[in-house]
Design a protein around this ligand. Structure first.
Ligand code: AMP
Length: 367
């Protein structure tokens, strides 16, 4: 099976590493020639608007997928004319636009933060008045890892937020005083079978994921509700592949924030911590195979390595620690790798993760 991947970051790399074990071969397409996939597949380095390069990329492929949601839809559509692409372009379109995404959730009776479209300064004032402050102003498109968003605490912050983000289509969301951030990952096969990984508790620093704890300690009712949300989203898109849903937990409520129609950072722990990793289940799904079990094997804590390369040898020496470096050049706040720490129970995984944190370089290390 020859699998094409649009995008060639660490997610592409881990998809290929999982697929190699199943005898699959990988080709990537990305404008950046210096990418983490160089030793796991062939890379076509060209712009997403280069139709000739895209056509060449599809030659010999059996199936294609994408590994991040900012890929221009036109590029995915061009590939889809020549080879089956999963997940569907429709799911990608929705995930690229926060307003479409929220409308979609609301249409499926999935709870979201109250929100409004904002196209002008007048809209912003009106939206702030209607949903109240504090609130978060976000760009509709191309926002990730906390980029393209500003928290507005009170009326004095409105002008400043407009100054920072005004000029592109925006959305204002009520600021949710959440207890925790949770995510759930599901995988759906071509025949419609769905498996769910356990829910995960996520901690973000400045909008970037820093730590995931799996399985999260969440009651059955909420697990059922989160699964039902994912089921609705997947069946409405006739979805194939892995999908992540990020949510805020506030009291008894689960409030959907966003979907990622791809493998997700909050699922990296599944490489060592689950019966089948999210990466393997994604490639199994898109290649028309049966899915593997998604149950947790013990407990895991995933720590992102951000900004600087740590002393890997020190971390490797800690029981239960599994280091994954992506071969990327260091840059402030950049995701350079992750460490998954496994344990037989939650306390053991947490204690081992604390040792890993002490061994990691100071920048980017969650306290
Ligand atoms: P996003 O880009 O929507 O995933 O947001 C990045 C992070 O910002 C989230 O993981 C939250 O920590 C925070 N955040 C986003 N939206 C809200 C909101 N409506 N209320 C409170 N915090 C938020």
């Amino acid at each position: 099976m020859n699998v094409g991947v649009l995008g060639a970051g660490q997610l592409g790399r881990m998809l290929a590493l999982a697929g190699h074990g199943l005898g699959m071969r990988f080709s990537f397409f990305d404008p950046n020639p210096d990418s983490p996939v160089r030793d796991v597949g062939e890379l076509t380095a060209a712009d997403y608007s280069d139709s000739v390069a895209l056509e060449r990329f599809t030659e010999g492929l059996d199936v294609a997928t994408y590994e991040f949601e900012s890929i221009p839809v036109e590029a995915v559509e061009a590939v889809a004319k020549r080879v089956p692409v999963f997940p569907s372009v429709q799911a990608l379109k929705v995930s690229q636009d926060r307003v479409l995404e929220k409308r979609c959730f609301q249409h499926m009776s999935i709870r979201t933060a109250p929100c409004r479209d904002v196209a002008s300064r007048g809209d912003l004032d009106k939206a702030a008045h209607e949903i109240g402050l504090p609130a978060v102003l976000k760009t509709r498109r191309l926002g990730y890892d906390g980029k393209g968003q500003v928290v507005i605490r009170d009326e004095n912050g409105l002008a400043d937020a407009w100054e920072k983000l005004g000029g592109v289509p925006l959305i204002l969301e009520q600021f949710i005083e959440f207890d925790r951030e949770l995510s759930i990952i599901g995988a759906r096969s071509r025949s419609g079978e769905i498996v769910f990984y356990p829910m995960v508790e996520n901690e973000h620093r400045e909008g970037i994921l820093s730590r995931s704890v799996a399985p999260a300690d969440v009651g059955e009712t909420k697990v059922r509700a989160a699964r039902e949300y994912v089921r609705r989203i997947m069946s409405s898109f006739d979805y194939v592949g892995v999908l992540a849903l990020e949510m805020f937990e506030s009291g008894e409520k689960l409030i959907a924030n966003e979907i990622a129609p791809r493998v997700h950072n909050s699922g990296h722990w599944t490489i060592e911590g689950a019966e089948t990793s999210q990466f393997e289940n994604h490639v199994r799904a898109i290649c028309g195979r049966e899915l593997g079990g998604a149950g947790a094997v013990g407990h895991s804590v995933m720590l992102n390595v951000l900004g600087t390369v740590p002393d890997v040898a020190r971390i490797e020496g800690i029981a239960g620690a599994h280091v994954h470096m992506y071969g990327k050049a260091p840059a402030p706040r950049r995701k350079l790798g992750h460490v998954t720490v496994t344990g037989h129970d939650a306390a053991e995984a947490r204690d081992r993760a604390a040792s890993v944190l002490r061994a990691m370089a100071p920048e980017g290390v969650p306290a």
